[in-house]
Write a protein that binds this ligand. Structure first.
Ligand SMILES: [Zn+2]
Length: 307
């Protein structure tokens, strides 16, 4: 079976403005980076229905995001979350890709899927957009897997260098979920110090500035992967942020593309053990274009390659 890559040209039309790190060129770099990865089936993502966004966001939040989209120029949801005329459509395609990826994997259309989309989602809270993120694509996919497809235990794992505070808040208090994240601390958004044993299990592993590949791998091997094995998810969602790369301008972590490939293979093994291999990955951060292309290549090659 092939690995699906879901993307949409509308995701290029979300423009937070000149000098903003979350540039449309990121998506071009990611798609360029996937050239040469075998076994991929690239398809156009559908748009999410606005009503499906309410699975994790309040009606007021959804209305606020679309109301901020300008007819020309730029609008602002917070000081670093800017929108352009194409942003609403891009956000619907990003959320739609994540939801459709779950459908494709659950119905056996694909073994696994990667959503090459933007805007990213893991900082988007139930009640507000923030941190370059409009709607929480990963949380929407996770809730869709459980509520529409009847998955009993859905894990969202997040290796973006920033804590996915939005995903944590979208899933907190919901039965049948686990959210696990490694992230640089201190760094934006300043959360992710505590783990929680609630209905949604939360496993946060803050890592100091300057963390290198061996330390990153040990943190996952010793603290996050065992918690995931204990939870035994029947579906795995990955918030794939590549901004922990040593060249990334938004962090001081010292990861290499190969570290993302290593973790992806570990997550695939985990999905094989518990979830019949079902895994959907959604692009989050990554702001050095060359490092982003190489890291996305390593990630998707590990997602699609032999296990
Ligand atoms: Zn990030």
């Amino acid at each position: 079976m092939t690995t699906l890559v879901l993307t949409h040209p509308a995701c290029l039309a979300h423009d937070p403005g000149p000098g903003h790190p979350e540039t449309p060129a990121r998506l071009v770099a990611v798609l360029d980076g996937l050239e040469g990865v075998g076994g991929l089936d690239r398809v156009e993502a559908p748009r999410a229905d606005e009503t499906t966004l309410a699975a994790v966001h309040t009606p007021e939040m959804i209305e606020t995001v679309f109301a901020a989209v300008p007819e020309s120029g730029y609008g602002a949801l917070d000081h670093d979350t800017l929108v352009s005329p194409g942003s609403g459509d891009a956000a619907l395609c990003a959320a739609g890709a994540a939801i459709a990826a779950v459908d494709a994997v659950m119905t056996g259309r694909a073994a696994a899927a990667f959503c090459a989309v933007r805007p990213p989602g893991h900082h988007a809270m139930p009640t507000r957009a923030m941190g370059f993120c409009l709607f929480n694509n990963a949380a929407l996919a996770a809730v869709h897997a459980r509520e529409v497809h009847g998955c009993a235990r859905v894990a969202v794992v997040d290796f973006d260098v920033h804590h996915g505070n939005g995903t944590e808040d979208c899933l907190r208090g919901r039965e049948g979920f686990l959210y696990a994240s490694s992230h640089e601390y201190p760094n934006y958004p300043g959360t992710g110090l505590q783990s929680e044993d609630g209905p949604c299990r939360i496993v946060n592993v803050p890592l100091p500035r300057g963390t290198d590949g061996p330390t990153f791998r040990a943190a996952w091997s010793e603290r996050i992967l065992p918690a995931l094995d204990d939870f035994a998810p029947d579906f795995l969602i990955v918030s794939a942020g590549f901004d922990g790369h040593r060249k990334d301008p938004l962090s001081l972590m010292q990861l290499e593309a190969a570290d993302f490939g290593w973790l992806t293979l570990e997550l695939r093994h985990l999905a094989e053990r518990h979830a019949a291999g079902r895994i959907v990955s959604v692009l989050e951060g990554g702001y050095d274009l060359g490092a982003l292309a190489a890291s996305a290549h390593a990630h998707v090659a590990a997602l699609a390659g032999p296990i």
